[in-house]
Design a protein around this ligand. Structure first.
Ligand code: KG4
Ligand code: ZN
Length: 343
């Protein structure tokens, strides 16, 4: 079965074609980072308009690279939420329109389900059940994943998401939005241990996180110091180490609590090399294995949506998929309540 995936929940237009027999056939992506960078964050109205401009050319491009025709598609999977309502509406309306015109099912996919199943696109792939650490710009959650659609929340951030903390601290260091990857690069020049940031909620006795205090710690240091290039790098290094330590400790605690030996890391912050190195090292000491998506599928993309759609088509969860006659988007949508229809 050929599934077209459409991702438009935030600032990336992602399109992909996944074949349940042959795997991922093609994917195409347009990032709006440059469009939003002069505003220091995503401007929702500009995001929606840009998705409208990009989505059809990218679908044509993905079909062409996969060497297949629109009429060969068996289903359309689009991101239904959570995300920016206007941006989601672009993908949902194109997905529903194509589904109706081609008389094939339309599947509204949860964006975070896309992220957490994305490591299953790589080889070796984890087997169910596993623990997933979802670390993106909008979310930081630890989930127990029993099967497609069966997700149990173990812990989450009580304030900022890890990616949001990276972006806010990067901004304080004069790095353009979204600054996570650039901050990580700057941190490589930092002197480990030169500054020491707090490890929020490390000993809270649960699997929740808190990251909003870290940008305050960074701001306090910035206000106290002569900010040389070396000091900027030292602050980036200390900030990153604090986030990595907390994410690592809580992920290992989640493995211990569930008795599982597989950890899946998904979302944009999962691209962070320091996080990967630390997690790999610490998990190996506990005979656990860590799985990541390919680097290009850590941040938002269409491949994870096409794949999640294909997984859902193949499960027995929904056997009566119909061509779309209407559609809704869910700007807020709890992953644990994914099976409950509230529209
Ligand atoms: O998953 P994603 O593309 O979008 C959301 O659904 O939020 O994640 C984007 C986030 C941004 O906050 C970005 O700064 C962060 O992931 N990010 C990184 C790295 N690459 C992207 N954070 C730390 N280190 C990186 N290498
Ligand atoms: Zn995302």
């Amino acid at each position: 079965m050929l599934v077209l995936g459409i991702e438009t929940s935030c600032d990336e237009t992602g399109i992909a074609i996944f074949d349940t027999e042959r795997g991922l056939l093609s994917h195409a992506l347009h990032s709006q980072i440059l469009l939003h960078s002069e505003y220091g964050g995503v401007v929702p109205e500009l995001a929606s308009r840009d998705h409208i401009r990009r989505v059809l050319p990218l679908i044509k491009q993905a079909l062409h690279s996969a060497d297949c025709h629109l009429h060969q598609l068996n289903a359309i999977a689009y991101t239904q939420g959570p995300g920016l309502a206007g941006a989601l509406l672009v993908g949902a309306s194109i997905g529903a329109g194509l589904s109706f015109a081609l008389n094939i099912p339309a599947l509204g996919i949860h964006h975070l389900e896309g992220h957490l199943l994305s490591p299953l696109l790589s080889r070796p792939a984890p087997a169910f059940p596993f623990v997933a650490l979802l670390v993106s710009g909008g979310h930081t959650q630890l989930m127990r994943v029993n099967a497609v659609g069966d997700y149990h929340l173990l812990g989450e951030t009580v304030d900022d998401a890890a990616g949001e903390a990276f972006d806010k601290t990067a901004k304080l260091l004069g790095i353009d939005y979204p600054g996570g990857a650039a901050l990580a690069k700057l941190a490589q020049q930092g002197r480990p241990g030169h500054f020491n940031f707090p490890r929020p909620m490390l000993n809270s006795g649960n699997l929740n996180f808190s990251f909003s205090g870290l940008k305050t710690a960074a701001l306090t240091l910035i206000n106290k110091q002569d900010i040389t290039e070396q000091i900027r790098a030292d602050i980036a290094c200390a900030f990153q180490q604090a986030v990595v330590d907390v994410l690592t400790e809580k992920s290992l605690a989640a493995l211990a609590q569930t008795g599982l030996k597989q950890l899946v890391v998904a979302g944009g912050v999962g691209a962070n090399t320091e996080l990967r190195n630390t997690l790999n090292h610490r998990a190996a000491n506990q005979n656990a294995t860590v799985f990541y998506p390919e680097l290009e599928f850590c941040t938002d993309n269409g491949a994870m949506i096409a794949f999640a759609g294909a997984m859902r088509l193949q499960t027995t969860l929904h056997q009566n998929w119909q061509p779309a006659r209407s559609f809704t988007v869910k700007a807020r949508w709890d992953l644990e309540r994914i099976e409950q229809s509230d529209d």
